[in-house]
Design a protein around this ligand. Structure first.
Ligand SMILES: Cc1cc2nc3c(=O)[nH]c(=O)nc-3n(C[C@H](O)[C@H](O)[C@H](O)COP(=O)(O)OP(=O)(O)OC[C@H]3O[C@@H](n4cnc5c(N)ncnc54)[C@H](O)[C@@H]3O)c2cc1C
Ligand code: FES
Length: 256
């Protein structure tokens, strides 16, 4: 897998709603290489503050452009939100282990996304356009403001179900309230990305129903290359790094 470090021009950064921003980079080589579930490590300032890059999933990679959806939560992501058209960003990537493509025997793909964790699944649904499996997205957000537009997923033939904590969109409650919306079978395969408690619930659900699946995990990162071990998590194989061994792990390998 090729890793590229390069400087890319910002095509635009726009506020999508009260919570999320969308960054578009003119990055043809990156757009060609990146696979669903991989992330890019962005140097958000030219100075020493913040020192470390910030990791973001690729939301879409089309026509030479790479898109990232993000929520400004701290120093790095707020600096990113303030970038303007024409600015140049130093980007390392694509990094990490991507989601495994479903085998031909998989008849139903279930994406489960919590909050910004839905980010890798639009690119994944683009890649799976020709895969014959039924595609379903179960999406959970805190409120209407935290809810992504489902239009891109629907255009890709994905059946979508939404839950919000306050019930302002879709079903009231956590994304697990949506589990009974799907007719699961042994040929169902789960792909999950979201906050850690959600991942624990998804892993327990998969175990109970005897389903296979993968999850993309998040950890605060420094090097992003497997060198500093700062992003290690506990797995059935011992400690593994989210940046290099992951971010995608088999659901059965995760220890909560
Ligand atoms: C593989 C991967 C993919 C990601 N994809 C996306 C994405 O597509 N969109 C997006 O908005 N965010 C994504 N993130 C999270 C994003 O990297 C963090 O929000 C960002 O690094 C925060 O940097 P900051 O300087 O703004 O915040 P900081 O000032 O570093 O931290 C602000 C607060 O956020 C917490 N925090 C920081 N990083 C993380 C993290 N990785 N997980 C949980 N809490 C964190 C800190 O503990 C602190 O409370 C991803 C993270 C990983 C590891
Ligand atoms: S961030 Fe250094 S090993 Fe993952």
């Amino acid at each position: 897998m090729k890793k590229i470090q390069d400087r890319y021009k910002v095509v635009g950064v726009n506020k999508v709603n009260d919570v999320y921003f969308r960054l578009v980079l003119d990055a043809p080589a990156l757009a060609r290489e990146v696979k669903p579930g991989q992330f890019i490590h962005i140097k958000v300032s030219d100075g020493l503050e913040p020192l470390f890059r910030r990791p973001f999933s690729v939301f879409r990679a089309k026509a030479g452009k790479v898109e990232v959806f993000f929520e400004p939560v701290g120093k790095g992501s707020k600096l990113l939100a303030a970038k303007e058209k024409g600015d140049i960003l130093d980007v390392l990537g694509p990094l990490g282990r991507p989601f495994t493509l479903p085998s031909k025997s998989v008849k139903q793909v279930v994406f489960i996304g919590g909050g910004i964790g839905v980010a890798p699944f639009l690119l994944f649904s683009d890649i799976l356009l020709k895969h014959k499996a039924e595609k379903v997205l179960l999406y959970g957000g805190r409120s209407r403001a935290h809810t992504f537009s489902m239009a891109g997923f629907k255009a890709n033939g994905v059946k979508t179900f939404v839950a919000t904590d306050d019930g302002s969109v879709g079903v009231k409650g956590r994304v697990s309230e949506l589990f009974d919306k799907i007719d699961i079978a042994p040929t169902t395969f789960i792909y999950a990305c979201g906050p850690r408690p959600m991942m624990a619930t998804v892993a327990a659900f998969a175990r109970e129903k005897n389903l296979s699946g993968e999850a993309s995990m998040e950890e605060v990162m420094a090097c992003g290359l497997g060198a500093c071990l700062g992003c290690s998590i506990s797995t059935t194989k011992g400690y593994q790094t989210v940046c290099h061994d992951g971010p995608v792990f088999g659901l059965e390998a995760l220890v909560f």
